[in-house]
Design a protein around this ligand. Structure first.
Ligand SMILES: *Cc1c(COP(=O)(O)O)cnc(C)c1O
Length: 414
């Protein structure tokens, strides 16, 4: 539980809104986000970095709802994007393109042109071919593209293999051992300003040590590049430190991590950049789902709910663990069960062999810590309309994305 999602007399609230009041109007499944938690997640970075030159760019892929982006943009956030579609969303939400960094191994020509045209802050480039393409497009558009090479610092993030990105064997970035030669060759390309270095070693790191080790390696790289005459003025250290999902996981010390990095760059005249997604959004959101059926197959107890892997794929994709709490506590104790969705896949589960509240059909449950990589990874698999999204602010709430209809499912088809 968090301060955001909490019980008052056995009834679950988000901030000052009773969650069952929301589902009575919206139905389920429904994502609910807390304005206060989003704000606090972002401001935790701002506070720890106050006084040091820095920029915090929210990773749009974690939660790209327009109202969420608008809220963060109004607090001063920049944005880390990985596609032209995400840039479109940022612009629609009133985000400032001059605070946008564009990451990703497969940027297309059209996406690069769109980003150059909008005047984004810069590109985090992942290959020499991409550097060459950005250069040629910048020449054509008569722009100078600010670029950092995404470096693979060869640090083991010790996180889930699907969200670990900083080893030589991964598809991301350019090997730190080769990157100086890449900058040297890129020096010859026109209309590029090679003014930064970037890395992102993985997501959901519960230990700051690998992040600090990679910061150390990146700072000495920046200094070596300066010695070679490159005007390196920013250091982008990528995504956030992890958040606790399971009991027993301890919340990492974000301020401690950021302070350690600040000390490392002291006096070096480098602007620090961070691209947190999960830290800002995960704890700010819950997915509300109704219990449809209870059933028993042999020894196994199942709780069938109306949210499925198309709504929240993290359990299926990363063996992720989401705390499950009832909207109203009952007197029936707990039960060892699999909480599963209606989709025709054995991987369609929200929890496996979990001691969960002994909920009955008709009861509503909250899957907590679902604000990051929840709705953004939702799909229409099994022709299921995507859930609605709600934003709570104090005692007020509003639908910030309506539930899809059957008509939405076939839009654009013949
Ligand atoms: C996904 C991603 C992030 C955000 O990671 P979080 O763990 O959600 O903070 C930041 N930067 C890059 C390049 C990413 O791919």
């Amino acid at each position: 539980m968090t301060a955001t999602f909490h019980y008052r007399e056995n009834v679950l609230y988000c901030e000052d809104v009773e969650l069952s009041r929301i589902t009575a109007e919206t139905g389920t499944p429904c994502y609910v986000y807390s304005t206060d938690a989003l704000r606090e997640g972002y401001l935790a970075y701002e506070r720890a970095l106050e006084g040091a030159p820095h920029r915090v760019c929210f990773a749009v892929k974690a939660n790209s709802n327009l109202s969420v982006l608008r809220l963060l943009g109004e607090l001063g956030a920049g944005f880390d994007i990985v596609s032209g579609g995400e840039l479109f969303r940022v612009l629609k939400a009133g985000g400032d393109p001059s605070k946008v960094v564009f990451a990703g191994v497969g940027k297309t020509r059209e996406e690069i042109e769109f980003a150059l045209g909008q005047g984004i802050f810069g590109f985090n480039c992942e290959s020499e071919a991409e550097l060459a393409l950005i250069s040629s497009l910048a020449v054509r558009l008569r722009k100078t593209a600010s670029v950092s090479v995404r470096v693979n610092p060869d640090v083991d993030a010790q996180t889930h293999p699907y969200i670990s990105t900083g080893l030589r064997e991964h598809k991301f970035g350019i090997d730190i051992a080769e990157v100086e030669q890449v900058y040297e060759r890129a020096r010859l390309l026109p209309n590029l300003a090679l003014n930064g270095v970037s890395c992102h070693i993985g997501s959901q790191l519960l230990d700051a040590a690998p992040l600090i080790e990679s910061a150390r390696k990146m700072i000495s790289l920046a200094e070596r590049l300066r010695t070679r005459g490159f005007d390196i003025h920013h250091l982008d250290l990528g995504g956030s430190i992890g958040v606790p999902y399971q009991p027993g996981e301890v919340q990492p010390d974000l301020a401690g991590y950021l302070t350690a990095v600040r000390l490392l760059i002291e006096g070096k005249d480098l602007t620090l950049m961070f691209e947190p997604g999960r830290w800002v959004a995960a704890r700010a959101g819950a997915l509300l789902t109704r219990v449809l059926y209870r059933k028993r197959n042999g020894e196994k107890e199942f709780m069938v709910v109306d949210a499925a892997m198309n709504d929240l794929i993290r359990p299926a994709l990363y063996q992720a663990w989401h705390e499950i709490q009832p909207l109203r506590k009952n007197q029936f104790g707990t039960v060892l069960a699999d909480v599963v969705g209606p989709i025709c896949e054995s991987g369609d589960f929200m929890a496996r062999d979990r001691e969960v509240v002994n909920a009955l059909p008709g009861d509503t449950l909250a899957l907590l810590n679902a604000g990051a990589y929840g709705f953004t990874q939702a799909s229409n698999y099994n022709a299921r309309p995507r859930a609605c999204e709600v934003l709570v602010d104090g005692a007020a709430w509003r639908i910030v994305r309506r539930r899809e209809t059957f008509e939405d499912l076939i839009r654009g088809e013949e």
